[in-house]
Design a protein around this ligand. Structure first.
Ligand code: GDP
Ligand code: IMO
Ligand code: MG
Length: 446
């Protein structure tokens, strides 16, 4: 049974939640490996609508085991309210939701620091989700962070003292005026420890056991490749590794046990927050994509910046992630257009390049070189086979495959499970083997 990782190939919000929900019947467990409640994954089926932030989208399947891996930053209050919200909606997580004892605890003071830093940056703000993600990862890398297992440790108070001292110093330097106090935080941490204790465990050992037993694991990425801390549009990035390489480290499984990667690619581009975006549209076309695609953040409600598909970024993403199969999402959003543009190269100071630049200065000056493709002006929603799509839509998909060098094995034409074309041949079908049947059944069940 193959173990797969799913990641976003752009700036997040590609539709990872929908695709994870659809293909998870082919797996026995789903694990998140990075990020925190900056993520917002939307899943819709029947008359239900869920927004998941910390908990893997697999939780909506009653039998699926779900892991929050060591590479995550977990805010206990956000986790508990998300879990309670799911319980209120009839989703029972008991005995199948596991938190890595090695995951980092994200505390309210991390969020306060994130917000103070953003205020201090003024016009140069990153546009973070203000959840405290960067400062939490910073505490971890600086070796004064708190892990979930430390919530249960006898020296919790000393650890908190050190953490609050460090974060408080950064907060004052950023002009924040909150006073951080250890005593109420200690109380709060003890309450969280009691509530979380039953779910905290050695998830790395759990995953190793499942692997040894031949179970199939799905690793659910959050954010997207161009927000990757090391490879994205630095410094306008998040603070974790959202590329496929992050899955092994962040879940604590050997990279040699991950058999393939599915890249989620939206049929156009969006970005939330600041930072370079070469194909961004400030005109009616951008407005069309935003309203037609309902491009408003799941986590913060912010309008997403919109633009044409950027294949320079797409090829870069393919090179970094080694994508075996692409899931192309939101194709339906393009249904009514006469003309669709795709960026195939950048022009920087009059010179054309196919490479995604490392330099922020170059990215900010890059102009898109577009190829114009005909639109199809016909509905695609609910098509179940690729050959049922209008010829121009098929040509659009083939163009993307040729440029990126990977096949499109899933095509999403709406937010719901049944609005997906699932290829029964090709790399994804080969990786899933017999288990593809489960995915097809899920799609028909809606
Ligand atoms: P994620 O963060 O990658 O999981 O993506 P989000 O859930 O934040 O954003 C994707 C949005 O597009 C959600 O509102 C989905 O319900 C919706 N969506 C997903 N796939 C499709 C699709 O093929 N067509 C349309 N119209 N909406 C989709
Ligand atoms: P999903 O999983 C889109 C962006 C923020 C900001 C930058 C840094 O739903 O695709 P952070 O709070 O992480 O320090 O913010 O990253 N960002 C996302 N954009 N989708 C997300 O998650 C994002 N998570 C963070 O807008 O630009
Ligand atoms: Mg999202």
């Amino acid at each position: 049974m193959a173990n797969l990782v799913i990641i976003g190939m752009q700036w997040g919000d590609e539709g990872k939640g929908k695709i994870v929900d659809l293909i998870c019947p082919a797996f026995d467990a789903v694990a998140r490996f990075q990020g925190g409640h900056n993520a917002g994954h939307t899943v819709k089926f029947g008359d239900q609508h869920f927004s998941l932030h910390l908990i893997p989208s697999g939780i909506l399947h009653p039998e699926m085991r779900c892991v929050l891996g060591s590479g995550m930053v977990i805010a206990p209050d956000a986790f508990l309210s998300e879990r309670d919200g799911l319980r209120a909606g009839g989703i029972d997580d008991r005995d199948r939701l596991f938190l890595s004892s090695r995951a980092t605890v994200l505390l309210p003071c991390h969020a306060a620091l994130d917000q103070a830093r953003e205020r201090a940056r003024g016009d140069a703000a990153i546009g973070t989700t203000s959840r405290g993600i960067g400062p939490a990862y910073e505490s971890r890398a600086g070796r004064y962070g708190l892990r979930l297992v430390d919530l249960l440790a006898p020296d919790l108070e000393e650890r908190l003292d050190r953490l609050v001292g460090m974060v408080g110093g950064h907060l004052a330097a950023a002009g924040g005026d909150e006073r951080l106090e250890v005593a109420p935080l200690l109380e709060q941490c003890r309450r969280w420890a009691d509530e979380l204790a039953p779910a905290i465990c050695d998830t790395e050992a759990l995953l190793a056991g499942w692997l040894a037993a031949g179970k199939g694991l799905l690793f659910e990425g959050a954010q997207g490749t161009l927000l990757d801390r090391d490879h994205g549009t630095y410094p306008f990035v998040t603070s974790s590794n959202c590329t496929t390489g992050g899955a092994a480290v962040g879940a604590g499984v050997p990279p040699t046990r991950i058999d393939g990667a599915v890249g989620i690619l939206k049929a156009y581009s969006t970005r939330v927050g600041a930072g370079p975006f070469v194909t961004e549209l400030h005109d009616e076309a951008g407005e069309f994509l935003r309203s037609r695609g309902n491009e408003f953040g799941t986590t913060t409600g912010r309008p997403r910046r919109c633009g044409w598909l950027d294949l320079v970024a797409g090829r870069f993403s393919q090179r970094l992630n080694g994508i075996d199969a692409i899931a192309l999402t939101k194709l339906d959003v393009l249904d009514d257009l006469d003309e669709i543009k795709v960026c195939t190269a950048y022009r920087i100071d009059g010179r054309e390049t196919q490479e995604f630049p490392a330099s922020l200065h170059d990215l900010e000056r890059a102009e898109p070189v577009y190829r114009s493709l005909p639109g199809w002006r016909q509905g695609t929603v609910g098509a179940l086979e690729r050959r049922q799509l209008p010829a121009a839509a098929q040509a659009y998909i083939e163009f993307i495959e040729g440029e990126i060098g990977a096949t499109v094995d899933l095509i999403s034409t709406g937010p719901r499970r049944e609005e997906t074309i699932v290829s029964t041949e090709g790399p994804l079908a080969a990786l899933l083997g017999d288990r593809l049947e489960g995915v097809l059944a899920e799609r028909s069940a809606g």
